[in-house]
Each structure stands twice: as C-alpha cells, then as structure tokens.
Design a protein around this ligand. Structure first.
Ligand SMILES: [Zn+2]
Length: 117
C-alpha cells in the first residue's frame, strides 16, 4: 500500500505540473492550493474545493495505482475542483461550472496534444 500511495502522490504532482504548464499564469498559480489527502471514510468524494484549498482524496484512486488511466483520472479531478474554485463554489455542477470546466480542460488538451489548434 505504501508503494501505491507513493505512486499516487507522484502522479498527482505530475498531473498538477502538466496542468500548470498548460494554463495561463493567473490560473496555474491557483494550483498551489491543491493538496494531497487520504480520507478512507469518505470514498465517494475524490476531491474537495473549499474557499482556500483543494484536496484530492488519493484513497479513491488506490484501485488505479497501476492503471494507465491514473494520470488522466487525477488530472480530470484536479480540473474538476479547480473549476469549482474559479466558480467560487457558486453553481454546483450547473452550466456555469461546466463552461469553466470545459474551458480549463480544453486549454490543457490543446497544450498537451498534437492536434493543431
Ligand atoms: Zn464537483
């Protein structure tokens, strides 16, 4: 389990780094709010966004620790929670949040894929 957790922590740092290099500096600065967490009593929650901090619950990713999908799933969760932060936690998962999430995801996708923009 210790090795799996070490892998998860490294992959989360990698995901934050890739996202940070893809976003404009005002948004990438907000990634310093992202913290590693491990809450085995709250396994239905992969991430949490408060007013100052975003916590990624690594416990919910343990089953993916050796999966090629791990990086993608962690990156999606960071972007999900970052969208809540940018939205000031105002609109749940409504259209405004979705628009922010899609915009962040598109920025990362464009920066990390070989698809011409
Ligand atoms: Zn959410």
């Amino acid at each position: 389990m210790r090795q799996n957790l070490r892998t998860l922590r490294k992959k989360l740092d990698d995901a934050i780094s890739v996202i940070g290099s893809a976003l404009p500096s005002d948004l990438s600065r907000q990634l310093s709010r992202v913290h590693h967490g491990y809450d085995s009593a709250n396994t239905e929650c992969s991430g949490f966004c408060g007013t100052a901090h975003i916590v990624i619950n690594l416990c919910t990713f343990m089953h993916l620790s050796s999966s090629p999908d791990l990086f993608f799933e962690l990156a999606k969760t960071v972007l999900h929670e970052l969208a809540h932060f940018v939205d000031n936690n105002q609109s749940g998962h409504g259209p405004r949040w979705r628009h922010i999430y899609d915009g962040l995801t598109l920025l990362v996708w464009k920066a990390t894929s070989a698809v011409p923009s």
